[in-house]
Ligand binder design. Structure first.
Ligand SMILES: [Zn+2]
Length: 625
């Protein structure tokens, strides 16, 4: 078959139908890319209990259809007669006004029980004549992976399921590569069953490609990805291009709009967050460890904060339920009886309100504990074999997962009870909704795709917000951005969770996209390990985030460092992070340019400098925490 060309004024895409391959060239430049063939198969096909992989170029029957509309120009490759008589359509699409290629992957109907389960297409996009410098990866708060990075990362593709979109290793469904000449940004337009296959042997090179996971067992709907090409770019250029995309599809909602929909949200500007624990009961130890601080003791500490002159405070209440933290969810009434029950909890919320403090309960509507009073197996998700998934990772012991279709009813029941009894709730923390990957449910009574799961979790968050509460969840994963007012934290990726050295070079991809669309607490001074405290301070400062304080602090001087962050957040908390620059070769000296001024941090010498509106330092300030 002849080669097919589609082009606009920016780029030309040449498609080889026989080999199911394509390459891309910028028209006024000689930068060229090609999609490399996969070496481990393009698709997985499921025939009953067996599974085979296959290459698209081996399809015995291929034909091409070209379509030109005023909006785009498309070349579709129909690939038929793949194993089990399955087939696939690959469509390459160029629109007139952008240096962008879109690729769609869609399974054809079959007359057999065989189904295409998974596809890895269109393969690794590589330069034909320039050297890649680094990969931009929205792993947690963001990182760059230099192409010659000395350590191996997922060298053989291991851990791919952790790199499914909307997860800790992949907050936002895009990645990018920057070379000596040219750069590209790849955005999954169908992100819910999409994973980033990124492989990096020690010393490089890095290879990245999209993987389309099955939805309830097969490639159930058309998948699409867009590649946007640049003559020149930095990680900021790519993050800002993603931001424009998020704005165009309604995923980006400004803080301004969030303040309008609930004016209480504004009270978080310049605040300090105090995590407050009532009861912990840890079944992972024998005998279980058990610790209670009464609501009355916590109420007295809240009054003390007021006496210390703390004005802007958010109280995050952990372990308030019947048997404490991470136990028996979502059936956790009455509140911990040893701590004072309903009466104690309600009095604590009343005092917080009198002090003018926001207060939210840590709550959980996904992890489903088998010993909860109303545990009902039929409400839990079932895996692809019809089994109830079970594990015992957290303090509450044996758990499964509540189908997200059931979560809203439980949220409504619990909040009706609390508010009906007179608890004064002004905020809420819905644990794990935004961080644990979307669940699939194969229970025929309540089947659920990952995208359904997102909608139900989103509906739960929206329900709580519509009660007038400022609403948060765990980490700022992208799909929940329109629903959430704030999150719990977002660390840079490190060798361990909140500990160890940085993975690659930390760059604030989340902040570049969403600083003026979501309020975010710093890891400082709550999470992390003592050896990273100074860096966590600098990270929270440079990303202009809300600090955590400790409820047992008794003296004004205990607040010295959190007040630096809180005061900065008060004046720059809604500013856009316009640009981010690495000022030295190893990425430790970094400059953050906000619409209100700039912050320079030195992660090696542990110091910072602020220049700009309302707040500035005279010179470098050493961090001594
Ligand atoms: Zn279900």
């Amino acid at each position: 078959m002849d080669k097919e060309i589609i082009q606009n004024k920016y780029l030309r895409v040449t498609i080889n139908p026989d080999e199911v391959k394509a390459n891309v060239q910028l028209t006024d430049d000689d930068t060229r890319w090609q999609f490399e063939p996969n070496l481990d198969g393009d698709i997985h096909v499921n025939h009953g209990l067996t599974e085979v992989s296959a290459y698209l170029h081996e399809a015995p029957k291929k034909y091409v259809r070209r379509v030109k509309t005023p909006n785009d120009e498309r070349v579709s490759l129909f690939l038929e007669g793949l194993p089990g008589n399955t087939g696939l359509i690959i469509t390459y699409i160029v629109e007139p006004e952008e240096p962008m290629l879109r690729v769609e992957v869609e399974a054809l109907p079959t007359g057999t029980p065989s189904r295409i389960k998974e596809a890895k297409f269109p393969g690794v996009l590589s330069w034909l004549d320039a050297k890649p410098l680094y990969t931009v990866w929205p792993n947690s708060a963001g990182m760059l992976l230099p192409n010659d990075y000395p350590s191996a990362i997922a060298e053989d593709g291991e851990g791919l399921s952790r790199r499914i979109a909307f997860n800790r290793s992949f907050y936002q469904p895009w990645w990018g590569v920057v070379a000596e000449r040219g750069a590209y940004l790849a955005i999954a337009e169908t992100p819910f069953d999409f994973a980033l296959d990124i492989r990096h042997p020690a010393g490089g090179p890095t290879k990245t490609r999209p993987v389309w996971f099955p939805s309830l067992g097969y490639l159930a709907y058309p998948r699409s990805i867009r590649y946007k090409f640049f003559k020149q770019a930095t990680h900021t250029t790519l993050a800002k291009a993603y931001r424009a995309y998020a704005q165009s599809i309604g995923r980006w909602v400004s803080l301004e709009e969030k303040f309008t929909r609930n004016p209480q949200v504004k009270r978080l500007l310049g605040s300090t967050i105090f995590p407050v624990s009532i009861c912990s009961h840890n079944l992972r130890q024998t005998p279980p460890t058990h610790h209670v601080t009464t609501f009355a003791e916590r109420t007295e500490q809240i009054r003390r904060l007021k006496r210390l002159g703390r004005e802007k405070v958010y109280l995050h209440i952990d372990g308030w339920g019947y048997r404490g933290y991470d136990n028996q969810h979502p059936d956790i009434f009455p509140p911990c009886p040893e701590a004072g029950g309903f009466q104690g909890l309600i009095e604590m919320t009343r005092v917080a309100s009198e002090c003018g403090y926001l207060l939210g309960l840590h709550d959980q509507y996904r992890d489903y504990y088998l010993d909860g009073a109303k545990f009902t197996e039929s409400r839990a998700i079932k895996d692809s074999t019809g089994q109830l998934p079970q594990w015992a990772t957290w303090a509450g012991g044996a758990q499964t997962v509540l189908c997200a279709k059931e979560s809203l009813a439980n949220i409504r029941r619990n909040f009706t009870e609390l508010l009906g009894r007179g608890a004064i709730l002004t905020a809420s923390y819905l644990d794990v909704f935004a961080i644990v990957p979307m669940d699939e449910c194969f229970d025929p009574q309540h089947p659920m795709t990952r995208e359904d799961c997102y909608r139900w979790r989103g509906a739960g968050i929206d329900y709580v917000r519509n009660l007038g509460l400022v609403v948060s969840s765990e980490e700022p994963v992208d799909c929940f951005m329109p629903h959430l007012d704030f999150a719990h934290w977002a660390d840079y990726p490190r060798t361990g969770f909140m500990q160890g050295e940085y993975l690659g070079i930390p760059v604030p991809l989340h902040t570049l996209v969403y600083h003026d669309a979501l309020l975010l607490p710093a890891v400082f001074d709550y999470g992390g390990t003592p050896e990273n405290r100074a860096r966590h301070f600098l990270e929270g400062l440079s990303r202009v985030e809300i600090p955590y304080g400790r409820i047992n602090w008794e003296h004004a001087e205990d607040f010295t460092h959190v007040d630096i962050l809180a005061n900065l957040h008060n004046v720059w908390g809604t500013a856009e992070l316009k640009n981010h620059k690495l000022l030295d070769s190893d990425g430790y000296l970094q400059e953050f340019e906000y619409s209100s001024g700039s912050i320079t941090i030195d992660l090696k010498e542990l110091r910072y400098r602020i220049d700009g509106e309302n707040i500035a330092t005279k010179d470098w300030q050493e961090v001594k925490v």
